[in-house]
Design a protein around this ligand. Structure first.
Ligand code: ARG
Length: 452
């Protein structure tokens, strides 16, 4: 395409090295959409006679049909998806040579990529919405089940399993907001920025923007061809999402161990060992967690590429998509498989409750009960702390102590206190906004349904 300027052809080894067909061919549909909008604009503004614009559009549709049907094999010698489509168009319709009027591949690449990415992000939104739905369903299934809540991996206070699921609803709901932000950040149309400075021809950027369903044209042509922020925004969304997934996976992997044993994973989502007949391994969870590093890696890859690049387009930018595609595929598959796995997770409440026998996770309840009797919290904390120390030394659980034993350590103790010292009472009484109390969890579930 640049024969005019050159005396020699590009060396084969350079063609191989510089082509981007292997990563951009999958955007052919988006590229043709962009070209159709562009040529309609050329016709509407009179830059091309309307009948010529119509013929070019018809030719573009034929190219699309050929590609859809698998009848067209692109060539790496034409570098990328854009040049392949234009070359095929011009074979079919010689007027195709007018398509690239007032356009550069720099604004074209940016437009095509935004259109393609937008479609993929809408698919991810759907997957994420499904994951959120499964989480709400789990919260409903398990709202009355009590498990130990942990800080520092030490038993802290009993919580409703429904409350636990809702904690992930919050995290993934924030991921949804970040995903929406990515969509907003790509929602301006680059077409018409040209190579970097706009065009001498009377183009109508509002019109192409509207045809391609963007909110408006981009504001600065230099920034337009240099900007990849919508991709870095995506990678940040993806990284945070995967970090959430990896933390959730660690919980479930831990709770599925023989030592905790209060989560039951579906057989269909586990694998066995080639040697040890008893094994049922949580591989799906481990692999999902294990993929997190790649996703963060793709973000670092792009950030490193962009660091120090001068205004405006530089060929370095062609390397922006490889990691992006890999990330989109991985994040989509993780969303899907985690949602299907969660749907089938069961909780063994008896096993979860067994964990409470020696954990003294009702100690805060005792201290707070004393506060209501007028004891300063710091004093109550000390008193109950000493009691726990005594219990550990004497190998006795709260539930095994008689009232008189209680009173030796806590003079205020009465039958009222003993009544509230069960995990169920403890959960129920944490009836504060956002807390684990059963009524609160029920409210949060109803609210979550409206926030999805
Ligand atoms: N294949 C290139 C890419 O995807 C096309 C951009 C060409 N622009 C240029 N100034 N060489 O980025």
């Amino acid at each position: 395409m640049w024969h005019g300027r050159f005396k020699h052809d590009t060396a084969g080894i350079v063609q191989d090295f510089t082509q981007s067909l292997d990563i951009d061919w999958l955007m052919y549909d988006a590229d043709i959409q962009g070209s159709i909008a562009h040529v309609r604009m050329l016709g509407k503004t009179g830059i091309l006679p309307p009948d010529e614009a119509a013929k070019i559009e018809a030719g573009l549709l034929r190219v699309k049909q050929e590609i859809d049907a698998g009848d067209f094999t692109p060539s790496e010698s034409l570098e990328d998806v854009h040049m392949n489509i234009e070359a095929r168009l011009t074979e079919i319709e010689p007027l195709g040579a007018k398509l690239h009027t007032a356009r550069s591949r720099n604004d074209q690449v940016a437009t095509t990529t935004r259109i393609y990415l937008r479609t993929r992000l809408h698919e991810l939104k759907q997957e994420l919405r499904e994951l959120l739905t499964v989480i709400i369903t789990n919260a409903e299934r398990h709202k009355d089940i009590i498990i130990p809540g942990y800080t520092h991996m030490q038993q802290a206070q009993p919580i409703s399993m429904g409350h636990y699921w809702l904690s992930w609803f919050e995290a993934f709901r924030r991921d949804m907001s970040r995903l929406n932000f990515v969509l907003a950040s790509l929602d301006e149309c680059p077409l018409g920025a040209g190579a970097l400075a706009g065009s001498t021809l009377p183009i109508d950027r509002e019109y192409t923007s509207e045809l391609l369903d963007f909110s408006r044209p981009t504001r600065n042509s230099l920034d337009t061809v240099a900007n990849r922020d919508y991709m870095t925004d995506y990678h940040y969304f993806a990284s945070v999402f995967m970090i959430h997934v990896s933390r959730l996976c660690t919980d479930l992997i831990t709770w599925n161990t023989q030592e905790f044993a209060f989560i039951v994973l579906p057989d269909e989502f586990c694998t066995g060992s080639s040697m040890m007949p008893q094994k049922k391994n949580p591989d799906v969870l481990e692999l999902s967690r294990g993929k997190t590093g790649q996703i963060i890696g793709h973000m670092i890859d792009l950030l490193m590429n962009l660091k120090g690049l001068p205004m405006t387009y530089n060929r370095d930018l062609q390397e922006d998509k490889r990691g992006l595609w890999a990330s989109l595929d991985t994040v989509g598959s993780v969303m899907k498989i985690i949602a299907s796995l969660l749907e089938r997770v069961d909780v063994d409440e008896a096993a979860a409750l067994r964990g409470f026998s020696r954990g003294y996770s009702l100690a805060t309840d005792v201290a707070e009960w004393l506060v209501m009797k007028g004891v300063p919290f710091r004093e109550a904390h000390q008193q109950v702390g000493r009691l726990v120390g005594w219990c550990i030394e004497n190998n006795i659980a709260f539930g095994e102590m008689s009232l008189s034993q209680w009173q030796e350590h806590i003079p205020e103790a009465d039958p009222e206190l003993l009544k509230i010292l069960t995990p169920r009472e403890s959960v129920m009484r944490r009836d504060t906004y956002g807390g684990t109390g059963f009524l609160q969890v029920e409210k949060q579930i109803q609210e979550a349904k409206t926030r999805i």
